[in-house]
Design a protein around this ligand. Structure first.
Ligand code: DGL
Length: 272
């Protein structure tokens, strides 16, 4: 098989990365994908950078061994703490979610006051703050961890009154009045966008990195002449590290389509 015919590998701690996969499928329909949800070890957001880096390397190596032409780290926490380690360890191009999301937010903010929410790991790493400062040093950035959003999303409770109540606790009155943009800095959060928007009102634009990531992937594939030919059949594979049934049931909300054929895999710790 030639390199351009290989699928794109995508991984997340669980189902959140399916919001990125959905956008990849929409923007690059000819590309095959393998999605790995590390459902046995979710959440990553409360774990140390060392542990998340180890998990990220395990996941990435499994996908690379299977054969992928590019790797998407569809998890903000892993992108925040492990991107460099992944780039150093792998011989395929790696795309994280933080830079593309930061660039998009910096481009759309008129007032220059931007909020970012994510897991504890992502927010305390300072990765968004640094990425935003690199693209637009004049930005004022407010950052906050919202840890309860992940279990709410994993539970499929995006329409539950509790989702809005939790959003209210975290976000009401938090953003400066002149803020106009909020980065959803966790791939689980886009499914809670309605509840978040109801709390923040219409003056705040919500930015998630999915479409910016898909555009970045497209550019990288083009630059390296790795685009699948348009006539190719795009395979879709789903791998999980625990309980396929739950992934299938809740994952369809994130992916916005049925998920067929979920395979249980073992990401046994490989030496590195
Ligand atoms: N989806 C992960 C992210 O984007 C967070 C979920 C977790 O804590 O594992 O950061």
């Amino acid at each position: 098989m030639s390199r351009d015919e290989l699928p794109i590998g995508v991984f997340d701690s669980g189902i959140g990365g399916l919001t990125v996969l959905r956008q990849l499928h929409r923007q690059l329909p000819a590309e095959g994908t393998i999605y790995l949800g590390d459902t046995a070890r979710v959440p990553y957001g409360t774990k140390s950078a060392q542990v998340v880096t180890r998990y990220a390397l395990n996941n990435a190596r499994l996908l690379v061994q299977r054969g992928v032409k590019l790797l998407v780290v569809a998890c903000n926490t892993a992108s925040a703490v492990a991107l460099e380690a992944l780039e150093d360890a792998l011989d395929v191009p790696v795309v994280g979610v933080i830079e593309p999301g930061a660039r998009r937010a910096a481009a759309v903010s008129g007032s220059g006051v931007v909020g970012v929410i994510g897991t504890e790991g992502t927010i305390t790493s300072g990765s968004y703050q640094q990425a935003l400062a690199r693209v637009r040093p004049d930005l004022v950035v407010q950052a906050r961890a919202c840890p309860l959003f992940v279990p709410l999303a994993e539970e499929g409770w995006q329409g539950h009154p509790l989702a809005e109540q939790v959003a209210r606790e975290y976000l009401q009155g938090w953003l400066r009045p002149d803020a106009d943009t909020l980065i959803l800095g966790c791939t689980h959060y886009p499914v809670l966008a309605d509840a978040i928007a109801r709390v923040l009102g219409t003056g705040i634009r919500l930015v998630d990195s999915a479409s910016a990531v898909a555009a970045e992937v497209e550019k990288m594939l083009d630059n390296r002449q790795l685009r699948a030919s348009s006539g190719a059949t795009a395979t879709r594979e789903y791998w999980v590290t625990d309980v396929p049934e739950r992934f299938r049931r809740v994952g369809r909300i994130f992916l916005d389509e049925e998920i067929a054929g979920v395979r249980l895999v073992d990401v046994a710790e490989q030496p590195h």
